[in-house]
Write a protein that binds this ligand. Structure first.
Ligand code: SF4
Length: 396
């Protein structure tokens, strides 16, 4: 039915949801998603038995297995899962751990997300890097040895949109072999253009796959369009982006269910768009200016279970670990299944040249320098890799 405001409201099995204007031009994950029965998935997770978990450990790459490995029943098998996860990671990735740094371009944002320090309503100082400031940040990151960079911004299509990206990407690509972005979802043609300017990877986190929770946390701006975001990985793959990152913000809702639906998303993408590679991030909700506390706490053991479950589910998947987690926990996770880590991160625009905590997106937990993190990795027999990508190797 249509309300006086013009918003279309429909009854579904999960209650009333707002349908946005977005309608996919080509079928994408959203049509698969609409067919998922969330109640059945939730029931499957919470009713899994020890026998289901043991079966899943023998054949972990199926969706039913992921469901069992994410279940409460799998908690008693954590040691077994960890050993299998380490072995699967070593077999596929060796002892290599890729290192990258986020470079914050801007904290301008036209969305309201109540868990984020950049949310539009927060009265913080806003800043977008100019060419000089960008060059300074890049020089610092390069000086620390990094050759892989993740450009991050709030989502502001007019002020930090395609015109800005077109201008800065060539100079960033001159400095870094691997260029990833975490910005607002774009159209397929826009991604194609950015690929021609050197874009290698895009991270686009759904935050939560539970529509009502999503609507409650994303109240204004384009990000409130659940379907537009959900089909972004399809647009990225069609545009030829080499690596696509999925993620959920752990703590917004039931993490087991969010992780399982992300597994469905990954499974769909790996089969539909097999030319792209995939990564996941598993960030836990962190404190920020004006931010909400987690609705559902995820313990350290729960995070270990999640990492191991995904490693066993997809052996070629990159798993990223940011500085949101504590040094002690990160040190233990490095060997478990993680393949990409950041170190010495700043989470504000201009934060490497001039740290200003009031501009941060969220609080960092591991504040060690990159040298200390590298030393820790080596102590654990791991091989820190600053460069493992060169576009000319695959250019025809
Ligand atoms: S999560 Fe992203 S879109 Fe939402 S307020 Fe923060 S920067 Fe903006």
């Amino acid at each position: 039915m249509q309300l006086a405001s013009g918003i279309v409201v429909a009854e579904t099995q999960i209650g009333k949801v707002r349908l946005n204007e977005y309608r996919p031009e080509q079928p994408g994950f959203s049509s698969h998603f609409d067919a998922l029965d969330m109640d059945r998935l939730r029931f499957g997770i919470y009713s899994a038995t020890a026998a289901d978990v043991e079966r899943a450990l023998r054949q972990p790459e199926r969706l039913e297995s992921l469901m069992a490995l994410l279940s409460p029943a799998a908690a008693s098998y954590l040691e077994n899962m960890a050993q299998l996860s380490v072995a699967a990671t070593r077999k596929r990735f060796g002892a290599n751990i890729g290192l990258y740094l986020p470079l914050y371009l801007s904290n301008l944002c036209a969305n309201e997300c109540d868990y984020c320090g950049f949310t539009m309503g927060n009265r913080i100082k806003r800043k977008t890097l100019n060419d000089e400031e960008l060059a300074r940040e890049m020089a610092i990151i390069k000086g620390r040895g990094f050759d892989s960079v993740l450009l991050v911004s709030g989502e502001h299509e007019t002020k930090v949109g395609m015109d800005y990206f077109r201008r800065i990407l060539p100079s960033v690509k001159q400095q870094f072999s691997h260029l990833a972005m975490e910005v607002q979802p774009l159209a397929e043609g826009e991604y194609r253009e950015l690929v021609s300017l050197g874009l290698d990877a895009v991270m686009v986190y759904q935050e939560t796959y539970q529509r009502r929770t999503y609507a409650a946390h994303h109240t204004r701006g384009r990000k409130s369009d659940f379907g537009w975001r959900l089909d972004t990985p399809d647009r990225l793959a069609r545009a030829g982006v080499d690596k696509i990152g999925l993620g959920v913000l752990l703590g917004l809702d039931d993490w087991r269910l969010d992780a399982l639906v992300m597994g469905h998303h990954l499974h769909y993408l790996e089969r539909r768009h097999w030319r792209s590679r995939y990564s996941i991030s598993l960030p836990r909700l962190r404190p920020c200016v004006g931010g909400v506390p987690p609705k559902v706490e995820l313990s350290d053991r729960g995070l270990v279970q999640l990492i191991c479950a995904f490693r066993l589910f997809s052996d070629s998947l990159d798993i990223s670990l940011s500085t949101r987690e504590s040094p002690e926990l990160r040190d233990n996770l490095f060997s478990l299944g993680v393949t990409q880590v950041s170190a010495g991160s700043a989470t504000s625009p201009g934060g490497y040249a001039a740290p200003q905590s009031q501009l941060d997106q969220f609080e960092i937990s591991d504040e060690r320098t990159v040298d200390l993190v590298v030393a820790e990795l080596q102590l654990r027999g791991l091989n820190p890799v600053f460069k493992d990508w060169e576009r000319s190797w695959i250019a025809g």
